[in-house]
Design a protein. Sequence first.
Length: 436
Amino acid sequence: MGVIVGASMGLGLMPMVSLSAAQPAVADEGRAAPTVVSEEEAIEEAKKTGSEVEVVSQRRESREVFATPEGNLEAREHLRPVWTRVDGMWKRIDTALSRQADGSVAPSATSVKLQFSGGGDNAPLVRMERAGRAASLSWPGKLPSPELDGAVATYPSVLPGVDLRMTAQEDGFTQLLVVKTAEAAHSAELNELRLKLGTEGLDVKETSDGGLRAVDRGAGGTVFEAPRPMMWDSSSGDTAAAPAALRATASDGGTSDKDRGEPGAAESGQLAPVGVEVTADDELVLTPDVNVLQGDKTEYPVFIDPQWSSPRATAWTMVSKYWASSPQWKFNGDSDSGMGYCGWAYCQPQDTKRLFYQIPVSTFAGKTILSAEFVVRNTWSASCSARSVELWQTKPVSSSTTWNTQTASGFWTKSCRRGRSPMAMTAAVPRMPNST
């Protein structure tokens, strides 16, 4: 699904497609309801109590199914996992980090078994495991004890003037190097970052678009993947290109740039890919772009952002008109992204952005769809004035999707709805491809 808007806002990473069906079709993760295993039992209990009842047998990592008091089934497909199995039992996803008995740092519950280093040099920086296959990365040196804040573990001064942030996600992690000064950027150790790569039952391969895949040696499927890493600085970019009539000031309803925190990749005036190589002696070599790292126009901090996750049928990306040829796959590891035109004076840079979400609907093939909604959470708005939002069906997206590629003829296939979230899309679901 593609989304176009005519306003500047931030949208969260957890959109859902909610469907009510006369046949099996997932419901709101926050609803409190009795849990019943079978569909028949759930429908009977829902009619009797007048409340929704979960059909536990149909629960999946990213899906929930509820029987309604009217005798229908309501399904909700989440973009990322909301459940995972821990010791054979379902548990809500919880990415908050805590220190473990073995000295490591780990989230409470994620769909991959994830561990970060607790400091020192006796364990990898990060290890992730899924279905008996594992991959790890080791920092080239002794790590300080991390500072924990929710899902983020910050290792201060891993190099002089450089912090390392590791963030647990529902199905993987992000790794962000924060280069705080020009002096730090000129460190010889940043010319190439060499991390020891460990695998169990996996082969790590480079992809044609500059990313990585960790492939199961037996089955041949991808267990973990990493898009092409990007890096950016804290400069604001060229805002002079925006029409004067479209520029606004903070007094028009926007907030100052100081309130927006650190810039994301597409909010920077300088953005470049990071070179990636897997060597024969199992090292992952990251080569930062010198112009962004040490350039005369560079503003610090500079951010370098590799990320890893387990592949899924769902996907999401953002495209930026300012950075028209640069992919922003999975929001470069951020939890949300801007959408629409941002003409406020503080925008970094002034830009037009579009968001794309890909959610499988093949489960509902042959079902009678009574209603369907696309739900996304608005995390921030540049103005309190109402703006329209358009929901479109598009061709599939990938880690190579950019502003330039989405302008191709036939990419935008059909308009579904204009309005506010949640947005009705009942008529669109039956005509969607089985996989998207």
